[in-house]
Design a protein around this ligand. Sequence first.
Ligand SMILES: [Zn+2]
Length: 74
Amino acid sequence: MRVAELYQPHQFRLVERPASDPAPGEVQVRVEACGICGSDLHYFAEGGICGTPNVYPMVLGHEPTGSVVKPVRA
Ligand SMILES: [Zn+2]
């Protein structure tokens, strides 16, 4: 899968990463859109939030939506 990772303040790069299979009780979702919130803006612009520095590389966006491509395993 293609990932936009933040590797320093104000700098993203596109990388390919393997998509791991979901663990029992999880699903795999193909992300189709993702919100960006205030926390993400601090990570992007300031290199951290509330005194906690970013750990790079990191992927922003914790408000995604998409379609389930691998359902829950029994
Ligand atoms: Zn948020």
